[in-house]
Design a protein around this ligand. Structure first.
Ligand code: NAD
Length: 276
């Protein structure tokens, strides 16, 4: 039987792989035989790559150059968008640019260069769980065309209290994945999925603690009893973009140890303190 988890012969573009989940996913994919094109604002050092492209994923021209350079040297069999910014230290607009607008632009720019059995995975968050209750706010952004229209929409709406940057960006990633995948998969064969991790020990975690408070992060639902590791997020990302997931598209996979399951069914009841 073929090993459908194998990445032998697959060229994979990683947008956001200097640290955390993207770095872990790249190491997993490399261990499964994949060839890595590494793109990030910082140069990774913990795995080997065919090439490194320095890119600011909030800059549309840089995104287009990254995709053109990657596609100019071979196929983009798989795309992993793992870059992200936390709230707090960054403005709502900065967070939205990297977490959603740049993500969508990267995916849409790469799609024409991907083969019919291609696949794309990105990272949302369990913080985006309330996307269904906010579709009235999310949909107008999803209906913008191109980076500049999306950026203008974000700038116009950045002051609303519902636009907290981080959680809203993650709701947008889930809604975009679910709305875009059916047509994309029908038209091209390319699959589109995302994961929604719970709290994970990566270099981003201190920013969450600083922003929300240690008490909030401690009380955040974690049925496994601890935060996840980057590797525990890297493997599900690798699965979704592997041939083993050939019938999986339009999926938002909660990789949060049953936190979202418990909250959405009322079997987990938590009171989250605000700040410390
Ligand atoms: N850590 C958590 O608890 C947690 C939980 C749920 C979701 N997430 C999401 O997981 C994803 C990965 O984050 P992480 O936790 O691994 O943190 P991380 O900070 O280790 O990784 C973020 C990566 O994005 C890159 N990046 C940031 N801005 C960029 C830009 N403008 N251009 C290019 N690259 C840029 C960074 O260099 C880094 O490699 C993010 O989308 C984050 O929101 C994190």
């Amino acid at each position: 039987m073929d090993n459908l988890f194998s990445y032998e012969g697959k060229r994979c573009l990683f947008a956001g792989c200097f640290s955390g989940m993207g770095e872990a996913a790249a190491r997993v994919v490399q261990s499964l035989g994949g060839e890595i094109v590494a793109a990030d604002i910082k140069k990774p050092s913990s795995f080997e790559y065919e090439r490194y492209l320095e890119v600011d994923l909030s800059d549309p021209a840089a995104i287009e150059q990254m995709v053109a350079e990657t596609a100019g040297a071979g196929p983009i069999d798989r795309l992993f968008y793992c870059a992200g910014l936390p709230g707090g230290r960054f403005t709502n607009v900065e967070v939205m640019m990297v977490n959603f607008v740049g993500l969508r632009h990267t995916i849409e720019t790469a799609i024409p260069h991907m083969p019919g059995n291609g696949a794309v995975v990105s990272i949302s968050s369990s913080a985006g769980m309330a996307y269904m209750m906010n579709l009235d706010k999310i949909t107008p952004l999803l209906e913008t065309v191109g980076f500049d229209q999306a950026r203008a929409w974000v700038e116009d709406n950045a002051k609303h209290d519902w636009m907290d940057g981080y959680a809203f960006s993650k709701m947008c990633v889930i809604a975009y994945t679910m709305r875009r995948a059916p047509g994309l998969t029908t038209d091209t064969g390319i699959r589109l999925n995302c994961t929604s991790p719970g709290p994970t020990d990566t270099p981003m975690m201190p920013a969450f603690v600083e922003q929300a408070g240690a008490a909030f992060m401690d009380a955040y639902p974690k049925p496994v009893g601890r935060n996840s590791t980057s590797e525990e997020q890297g493997w599900p990302l690798a699965f979704l973009n592997s041939d083993a997931a050939s019938y999986v598209s339009g999926e938002n996979l909660y990789t949060d140890g049953a936190g979202a399951a418990g909250l959405s069914t009322g079997t987990l009841k938590v009171e989250l303190p605000v700040g410390d």
